[in-house]
Design a protein around this ligand. Sequence first.
Ligand code: IPT
Length: 956
Amino acid sequence: MNIARKGPGTGARSPRARLQSSAPRQSLNGTWRFRWSRGLAVAPADAWNQPEQPDSGVPGDDWTDITVPAHWVFEGHGRPAYTNTRFPFAIDPPNPPDENPIGDYRLVFDASPQFRSGAVLRFDGIESAAEVWLNGELLGETRGSRLTHEFDVTGKLNATGNLLAVRVAQFSDASYLEDQDMWWLPGIFRDVDLVATPADGIWDAFAVTDYEAADGTGTIDLFIDVAGAAGADVRLSIPELDIDLDASSGGVIGVGEVEPWSAENPRLYTATLTAPGETVTLQLGFRRIEVKDSVLLVNGTPIQFHGVNRHEHDPERGRVMSPELMKRDLLLMKQHNVNAVRTSHYPPHPDFLTLTDELGLYVILECDLETHGFEEIGWKQNPSADPGWRSAYVDRMQRTVHRDKNHASIVMWSLGNEAGTGTDLEAMAAWTRGFDPSRLIHYEGDWSSTYVDVYSRMYASHREVRQIGEEVLVPAPFDATAAQVHRRSLPFIQCEYAHAMGNGPGGLQEYEELFDAYPRLAGGFIWEWIEHGLAVTGPDGRRGYAYGGDFGEDVHDSNFVIDGLVSADREVRPGLVALAHWYSPVRIEVLDASVRITNRYAFADLSGLRFVWSADAQSGDLKVGDVPAGQSAEVPLPDLDLPEILTVEALLASDTAWAQAGHPVGRGQRLWLNPAEAPADLHAPAPEAFDPVTLRLRSLGGLTLDGPQVGVWRAPTDNDRYPGWDERDLPPYAERWHAAGLDRARTRVVSSSWDEDALRVATRTTPAGRDFSVDADLVWRRVSATALTLDVTLTPFGAWPVEWARLGLDFVLEGAPVGLDWQGQGPGPSYPDLAAGTFWGSHSVEADGLYTPHVKPQESGARAGVREALIRTSGGALKVTVLSAEGVAVTVSPWSRDTLAATAHHHELEADGRTHLSLDVFQSGVGTATCGPGVLPRYRLTPRPGRVTLLLAAGE
Ligand code: IPT
């Protein structure tokens, strides 16, 4: 096995489409025999690949059972490893390291006559290179872990006892081309099948569909590659379109008027191709993707990608996908108004695309290619620029395009990710353009590339995105290069933006507003859909997730692999709730006496939606009428007494393939809240309730507590730990906060006085060794034996060198948190730049809903705009009523911020049995600094005064 060369695999048949066919297929998935070796040099040169070798295992031999498909690191052999961009081995292409786990696989199987007359052995995914033997004969080698290889086994199969032997190398020359930001997971991890290739059957078919919006008609340009005897007759039949004709010679076929395919209305027509030996079924979607005047059009209409990047990930099985999990991902996407997926950074399981066709999502289908590790050495030796690798590059692209070429949902072919620049990429593009001019070509890594059809970038700042939107509206400067002129003719997408790592991402609204404002901007794809946590069991049996470094890797990138809108178990993170709002196809603005409804669909009117208003205790349907795509309408509101809250929701009017009738797709709300009534007849509180040294409250009714302590720090989020891309000259907030001492501020009582009507306390809160502070004036009054009012004025003092994380009052309550009931924004958490998708109302969560279980612990769970909250603990309940005009953000946690900041994994957090409560007057935004801009200026919390009046009562 030669795994140190630059070429593609050997011996496989040329790639073809994955066809839904009548040809028999036999799955070879199941239990195989397996043997692991430390490196190729020590992989036994015995007769492992020969039928004579016993495969059943005798005591003492080194063969065990293994599941196919699986990654062997999850089957008891070796361990997973994570790196982002760095190679976990020396950069010495094309040589893999000597310490290179080798897996030998053996399967004995029978083959019925239908396969013996003609068949291929099909491997859908082996990481990273394999040598394939059948009955002692070498069939060839694979390259391209996420690419399909089919080996011709016609005439090579016996009725019984066939031996399939596969030797897999974890690392190979191919690893230099597969440096995606993900776990290194070796093995046969996708399906293995025996597929019959019947005589007079159909080897390959390519139906290039088109839709002419001007007259509503469709065409099919058909290419058929018949197996066996030349000239076999093939009939094309599309019953719904009354088409039944001889298609043997292929060519363009007009189908007359059709309903076009789009993500909004994924209309498919079932077509069959019938040859004497085989029938193939195609699901045809008629659509046209094109660029006109730097605008991206589908079926003649501008569209916007409301997209996400999706890696394949299962917390127990790595990149082994089940049909259920793929469907779950896509349903969740559709339910959150996502209309596009980039298959980052390799072709997904082939069945994924059947689902995107059916459910309606635009797909950027990406080739299995990334050479990011060469960036470490200034892109020296980058394979993309080395003609020696060209055949490997082009082979990868051909395997990518051929397998999936019949899917209506694929609107662009992407050459790969982060592979630098070079002529091998150009060669991939040239082949693709020649083979399939019906789709656009995407590649982000070469900004001056003249061989792509879209200008694509990742994590560009809002300012830059605006410039890109604007530049096509004015003539190009006269010294512009040809490449610049070409680029200005292209639509712009962000193939990655808004890095969904930890608490975040902020800045979604501002991106969406730009995408809406400039025709050139065709939207983008959030990084990324799923967190790649690997399931582990915590010390007390809790389920948790591992990340880079947890498997003893000496080179790793820690939790950078945990950056999804959903957890590895597909729990929705707050970022996805916010995203669903900004990606919504309707905008609803409640005005004084009317509602403005904007239809943001590209094609559909609003007849698929029902609009429901609710105000205080009343509700009803809102008649919205006909609002064509892209238009707005103002609809009068019912005549109501002035309500406190008016909400209008857009709900699905009927069941769809992805959600049931009543599913919310958009919401608008307006508040006219009246301030809470302040209690009268107040007196000074009892001194015993206060700590004699700190003058903080220690008891209230039967409650034992300690507070408030002024707080301006938060347990750093992932985004707080990275410098924003727009201010890389500054250390990240987490470091600046620590340097300034926000995490270790202490309070001194400056003065206090007991009057008849109040206790007045002035405090100064200052980090050790610093001379900047927050001064607080606290006025306590007694309402009853179980209730007090607290009026607090907070004023920054001195020259704070950094913005704050928040400005608030912290309490510690004896007793563990049990739950929270509140009136405010909810039900999920919100931060100033991550608040969309929450709405004002009465909400309630139990203990495990108080926080977001981010895999790496950090600040989470704030409920904003709260006017009233009941904090339930095992030691009793505290009721907080905000008497001043603005609500507060309430954070309730079983862990202190110090504990959150010091613990590596959520499942390792140890609760101290108390309730940590913060009532924040202000909060900073969260931003998306892990990749991209930090907190935008308007969401930063520059030190400023704040004021709040609270009613605190021991509740029930
Ligand atoms: C970008 C990668 O394309 C993506 O795979 C992922 O690694 C992401 O970053 C971070 O999570 S590349 C980076 C240099 C912006």
